[in-house]
Write a protein of this length. Structure first.
Lengths: 325, 266
């Protein structure tokens, strides 16, 4: 035992301990500074937004968040229609995109043979690289009219008793915005989920199969539970994209500061109204109100990320619920 | 319980439960098994021994059609379960695996699933309809048989991944037992276990012998000698010798077998 140790202890093999510790310290300090600079950036952004939106904050206070009245002509500004529009369009997008993306991801990771899976996966990734303005153009000229002619009539026919699907059928509106958002976030969610499912160990799948699981049962028992935290992360990523997406939404949502139960009606989101109205904002108060909308969007993004973290923690904790005993 | 077992096959004194005929197994072009033929008998324990990489795992995985799950892996030949070829056209591997249970070489619990759900996973998958009390009974019995009950009875709702490696392996044994398969394949079930758990598993094998056909892969000569009735010795993909355990260990007919058992190679 004792004489086997010197064999590996070459004097010149490593720098003296002090030098190595010094290197460690440089590394630690450098990473710490970089981490701090991110915080500083975020802080600076928030401060700038608050400062620039101060006229609006002083004029409307908390009323800004509960007022549905957005009337630049009379200098009345309320954020509620945009908060509502942001949530509803993102919710539609998630409701459509999550099941579809999971389907795509499972198809790529479980069903398709390797050579096909990687080619299709590449195509999906390619979809994520298309600029949003291109999606927007396509939505305006192709998807919107198609939804008006082929999606909204059956929805109104079968589900017209719901306030959601009442009113005139138009190409631009909340539904169109939700659908284009869904299409835009599917590549993100499915790409991350595919990677998540691909790293589920083969032994997990075999364990399920050896118990007499069919392919779908194997996915249900072994693959999805194993990747659950990753799937949640992917969904949050998609939601983050949907909340902040600007151009494509601005092109198809109809830009109307109203809260309507009908999904066929035009609406607006925080991001889309900023993009649409910033250039024509003439008064200082108007500009400040728009900047305050940006502040709301930033806060929404932060809250969302915190909630997402909490959700992942809850999922993990649920597995260890009884640990305390 | 007992509904998962083929009623007639358990009673009929058909000696040969599982017959392997000219089995060849491939990983892409590489042949891992060469024309293996042998038979496993009802109510007996067969041990498979041989040096690392000789094809023991491959052989047992062919017995419940798990071999083909590996991409590029194929097998030719016949494996007769109660006289029916499980490799015949139209045989659903899912049905085969429900009758032939398996414990893998490495522990494979479902890490996020609770311990009790892990044990009952096979029941859930097979759609067995049982009351809550029955379910709990099965869980407790299986965990007791696998010598794990005492350690986990207070934390059945904790995740399977929270157990130690050896505990995980016993959890997998319990999971395989819960569905009461007709044949039980165990690929080195004791390699991660301490001597006490190993002894408990060996006791279990002897208990189960009267109701199951058991095939166990082991690197432990004493274990093979202690608890098996038949022993197969494999070497580089060939079945070198197969016979009564006593005969293999005291009077092997082949030189390679003797060398391996006496520790001259391997
Ligand atoms: N997934 C795989 N892909 C390709 N070749 C494989 C694979 N698994 C096993 N083999 C090959 O098949 C042969 C038999 O392997 P097998 O796992 O059956 O050995 P074993 O007897 O179980 O060994 P051990 O005692 O180490 O578990 C080996 O030569 C191995 O290299
Ligand atoms: Mg092996």
């Amino acid at each position: 035992m004792a004489d086997s140790i010197p064999a590996v202890r070459h004097e010149r093999a490593r720098a003296p301990v002090q030098v190595r510790l010094f290197g460690d310290r440089i590394f630690n300090t450098a990473t710490f500074i970089l981490a701090l600079s991110i915080l500083a950036l975020l802080f600076g952004l928030a401060v700038a937004l608050i400062a620039d939106s101060f006229p609006a904050i002083r004029a409307f206070g908390l009323h800004f968040f509960i007022s549905a009245d957005w009337d630049p002509v009379n200098e009345q500004y309320g954020a509620l229609p945009f908060i509502y529009g942001t949530f509803v369009s993102s919710f539609i997008a998630l409701a459509l995109a999550v099941p579809l993306s999971l389907g795509v991801a499972l198809c790529l990771s479980e069903m398709a043979p390797d050579w096909l899976s990687h080619r299709l996966g590449f195509l999906v990734d390619l979809l994520a690289a298309i600029p949003s303005v291109v999606y927007g153009l396509w939505a305006v000229f192709v998807m919107g009219p198609w939804i008006r002619d082929h999606v909204e009539p059956p929805l109104a026919h079968w589900f017209g008793w719901l306030p959601l699907f009442q009113g005139p059928k138009v190409a631009v509106g909340m539904l169109s915005a939700g659908i284009i958002l869904a299409i835009m976030i599917i590549p993100y969610i499915s790409s991350v989920c595919t990677d998540v499912f691909r790293v589920v160990p083969h032994t997990q799948r075999e364990a399920a199969l050896a118990l007499g699981a069919t392919k779908w049962e194997m996915v249900k028992t072994a693959v999805i539970p194993y990747g659950m935290t990753g799937v949640i992360g992917a969904i949050i990523l998609g939601l983050g994209r949907a909340l902040g997406e600007t151009i494509a939404v601005a092109m198809v949502i109809g830009n109307s500061a109203q809260i309507s139960a009908s999904l066929f009606k035009p609406a607006a989101t925080l991001a889309s109204v900023i993009a649409n109205e910033f250039a024509e904002a003439t008064s200082d108060l108007y500009v400040a109100a728009l900047i305050e909308l940006g502040l709301v969007l930033l806060i929404l993004g932060i809250v969302l990320n915190v909630v997402a973290r909490a959700l992942v923690l809850v999922v993990q904790q649920r597995r260890y619920r009884e640990t305390g005993k | 319980m007992g509904d998962g077992r083929g009623g007639e096959s358990a009673k009929v004194a058909m000696a040969e439960k599982l017959v392997v005929k000219n089995l060849n197994a491939y990983f892409h072009k590489n042949r891992a098994l060469h024309d293996v033929s042998l038979s496993f008998e009802q109510d007996r324990i067969a041990a498979i021994i041989g040096p690392s990489g000789c094809g023991k795992s491959t052989l047992v995985r062919c017995l419940n059609r798990m071999h083909e799950v590996v991409p590029g892996a194929t097998a030719t030949g016949e494996v007769l379960l109660d006289g029916n070829n499980i490799y015949a056209d139209g045989v659903d591997p899912v049905q085969v695996r429900r009758r032939i249970g398996m414990v893998f070489q490495k522990p494979t619990p479902f890490p996020t699933m609770s311990i009790e759900d892990n044990v009952a996973a096979g029941l859930t998958l097979n759609g067995v309809q049982i009351s809550h009390a029955e379910r709990h009974e099965v869980i407790e019995r299986s965990l007791r048989q696998a010598a794990l009950w005492e350690e986990v009875k207070d934390r059945l709702r904790r995740p399977g991944g929270s157990l130690s490696g050896g505990q995980q392996q016993r959890l997998c044994v319990a999971r395989a037992l819960a569905v009461q398969p007709e044949v039980l394949l165990m690929d080195e079930p004791c390699s991660a276990l301490d001597p006490i758990s190993t002894a408990r598993i060996e006791e279990l094998l002897l208990e189960l012998k009267s109701a199951y056909t058991i095939v166990i892969v082991t690197h432990n000569m004493q274990q093979a000698a202690r608890c098996s009735d038949m022993t197969a010795f494999m070497y580089t993909g060939d079945l070198v010798e197969y016979g009564e355990t006593k005969q293999i260990f005291t009077n092997p007919t082949r030189r390679e077998t003797e060398d391996y058992i006496t520790g001259r190679f391997g």
